[in-house]
Design a protein around this ligand. Structure first.
Ligand SMILES: *Cc1c(COP(=O)(O)O)cnc(C)c1O
Length: 224
């Protein structure tokens, strides 16, 4: 889709939601070439690149004008590389990972901005911490000196049912509202909404959408 059309849809969703605050745009660049990414970087309202694999990001990374976010599940053994490569890690989903990222960030003299990823849909195929276990992870993450907890992230359910989609996004917003109170942190970021559900996400208070397919076209996965 042409980028002007995407921009227009975002503006329309904001109008419908009666919002005029900034909604950050993460261009999800997994499987895309560096050339495609450099084209996307020229769009004035593209704020970040989002990659879901450490190794792929490492191969593609160049000193770009915009920052890189890790949005995919992070294995413990790739944590060090992730801290080296990424400016933001949006997929903290276990206490063990939070502690490890904190230790490594300390060793590398870095304060790493992070989001906690929550599995709000309950779908088994999805990563993210279960809502029942969220409060423990929140407390641990908020206390780590070398992590800066910026907010929460979720992936909506795989369905066309608008009610279910909005319910899942509303759940993340409510968790975040509670988390701000219990931690005293600002936690301004609610990263939710992808190509198929970003409008619902904006209606439920998303402050960051993550768009791949709409911007770059359908993804082709190469076996290797
Ligand atoms: C791939 C991916 C996206 C983008 O999905 P599209 O449907 O292509 O917009 C967003 N968030 C995460 C976590 C992803 O893995």
């Amino acid at each position: 889709m042409e980028s002007e059309k995407i921009y227009e849809r975002i503006q329309n969703a904001k109008l419908k939601a009666n919002r005029n605050d900034k909604i950050f745009f993460t261009a999800v660049s997994k499987t895309r070439t560096v050339d495609e990414m450099k084209e996307a970087e020229k769009i004035s309202w593209v704020d970040f690149f989002g990659e879901n694999r450490v190794q792929e990001a490492e191969q593609k990374k160049w000193p770009s004008k915009i920052s890189w976010r890790l949005i995919g599940h992070l294995q413990n053994n790739k944590a060090r590389k992730a801290v080296e490569i990424f400016d933001y890690i949006d997929s903290v989903d276990s206490v063990e990972l939070a502690l490890r990222l904190n230790r490594i960030s300390g060793e590398l003299n870095k304060i790493m901005p992070v989001l906690i990823e929550v599995n709000t849909s309950g779908e088994e195929s999805k990563t993210g911490i279960a809502p029942e276990k969220f409060s423990e992870l929140l407390d641990v993450t908020a206390q780590q000196k070398n992590l800066r907890l910026d907010g929460l992230m979720t992936v909506g359910p795989l369905t066309n049912d608008e009610y279910k989609i909005r319910k899942s996004f509303a759940a993340l917003r409510e968790l975040c509202e509670g988390a701000r109170i219990s931690t005293g942190l600002k936690m301004p970021v609610l990263s939710m909404g992808m190509s198929d559900d970003f409008e619902e996400a904006i209606l439920e208070g998303s402050t960051m959408i993550r768009i791949g397919t709409l911007l770059f076209g359908a993804r082709i996965y190469h076996q290797n």
